[in-house]
Design a binder for this molecule. Structure first.
Ligand SMILES: Nc1ncnc2c1ncn2[C@@H]1O[C@H](COP(=O)(O)OP(=O)(O)O)[C@@H](O)[C@H]1O
Ligand SMILES: [Mg+2]
Length: 424
């Protein structure tokens, strides 16, 4: 470790394993950890440490899943390093791929000014595809077609590859629509969201010169929420990692909630197969929730299949016991929770400053998949103060309000506040 790295490390609060993960520098790394254990903190610290050791920000490729997360990470990083991170490739996979494609899309026969289609544009286009193919949108809805097309693209299946795997009339018809849809996109010099990933993969896979420029440009690839990556994202990371394989991924298989849109939890479970000689760091100390909530969460996820065992713990108080409340739908849930928060807000017991309508994000429990665990009644009885949302097998994002008995501070996720939105 150099003296200067001691400099930045001395300004960061990290526990032992977090610190080890930051300073490890001998190949691919996977920080495999539960919710609230500091994965994003470690990822940011890693970038700060690399920059402190002389790597230019423009040589880091850092991918997240929301623009908000990317902005926060950049802000945190600039705070730590103390200067703007000009030129750094930080953003969502989609925005990073768009940036790459704006520079290199001529290799794919696109103009730099290609359009990016949103869902409304896509639906309009699919309707025109159906017209061209003289198909009836009552037998198959445009949305269904788009979801099939998206599934092909998430696996990076070109029209030709999809055609080879199609069996039966229905699948062949889908491929025919996929082919026409891609043809029309190209005619209109447009890409849809999934194309950003797929075209980037194809570009790098089929153009050795371009690939070698970018594998040389990026000294490190850093990926947050790795459990949410799909097939195309895995391929992209593998291509960009090139021979150096300096990949730093953080994630939690228990928080894999985007299977319905192509996320493959096996990407994180088989990370070491894709990146041999991976060193795994496991974080289990949780900094967000009370022990009661963690016990509940641990019990709820223990029975999930296809997961790596992890046991979250905290050195905080046990806290109030968790109450399980069932709601008719997300609107009722949001309303009831907002109603319960209001008096607390009025009493001014929310920690942190800022806009009272959007409470500060302070605390959350791990996402819970599956149903309420057996024995939950005893775990969850009593205390009308705590809420914990559990989910059916559809596996949506998990949230909580976390009452802390000491000082009776209430902490909430912003996205629950009245709106009923489910943003992560
Ligand atoms: N070593 C630590 N000491 C104190 N607080 C920490 C530590 N590591 C993480 N935290 C805090 O815990 C919370 C969760 O961290 P975060 O990086 O967002 O976790 P994750 O990405 O694993 O969900 C944040 O408020 C963070 O500042
Ligand atoms: Mg995180």
């Amino acid at each position: 470790m150099t003296e200067s790295s001691g400099g930045v490390l001395s300004r960061l609060v990290l526990n032992g394993v977090q610190r080890e993960a930051v300073v490890y520098d001998r190949g691919p790394q996977l920080v495999f950890a539960g919710a609230g254990t500091g994965k994003t903190r470690v990822l940011t610290a890693k970038m700060a440490w690399l920059i402190d050791r002389g790597i230019a920000p423009a040589r880091l490729f850092a991918a997240t899943f929301t623009n908000k997360a990317a902005r926060e990470m950049r802000d945190r990083l600039e705070n730590i390093v103390g200067r703007p991170m000009d030129g750094m490739w930080i953003g969502t996979f989609h925005s990073l791929c768009a940036r790459l494609l704006r520079r290199e899309c001529r290799h794919l026969g696109f103009e730099r000014t290609f359009s990016i289609y949103d869902q409304t544009d896509q639906l309009t286009l699919v309707r025109r595809v159906l017209q061209r193919l003289e198909m009836d949108d009552r037998s198959v809805s445009p949305r269904q077609i788009l979801s099939h097309v998206s599934r092909f693209k998430n696996r990076c299946l070109s029209v030709e590859e999809a055609r080879k795997t199609a069996t039966g009339f229905y699948e062949q018809e889908l491929v025919r629509m996929y082919a026409e849809y891609q043809k029309m996109l190209r005619e209109q010099q447009a890409m849809d969201f999934d194309d950003l990933l797929m075209h980037a993969v194809v570009l790098l896979r089929d153009n050795g010169d371009v690939l070698s420029r970018y594998t040389t440009l990026f000294d490190y690839l850093l990926i947050d929420e790795y459990q949410d990556t799909n097939g195309a994202q895995l391929q992209l990371v593998k291509l960009l990692a090139g021979k150096h394989r300096r990949v730093f991924a953080v994630g939690d298989d228990d928080q894999s909630i985007y299977g319905w849109r192509g996320a493959q939890v096996e990407n994180i479970l088989t990370f070491g197969q894709h990146f041999p000689q991976t060193k795994v760091f496991k974080l289990e100390q949780n900094y967000r929730s009370t022990q009661s909530i963690l016990d509940f969460a641990n019990a709820a996820i223990a029975g999930n299949s296809n997961r790596a065992p992890k046991q979250l713990w905290t050195d905080r108080d046990k806290g109030a016991r968790v109450t399980v409340t069932r709601f008719r739908d997300d609107r009722q849930e949001a309303q009831k929770i907002a109603d319960s928060v209001k008096p607390v807000c009025r009493e001014g017991k929310i920690r942190g400053g800022g806009d009272r309508r959007t409470l500060p994000y302070q605390c959350a429990v791990p996402c819970i998949r599956g149903s309420v665990p057996q024995g939950a009644d005893t775990l969850c009885s009593g205390g009308r103060d705590g809420f914990l949302r559990t989910f059916g097998n559809q596996g949506l994002s998990g949230v909580s309000a976390t009452p802390r008995e000491s000082g009776r501070q209430y902490q909430f996720r912003t996205d629950l506040q009245c709106s009923g939105s489910r943003a992560r």
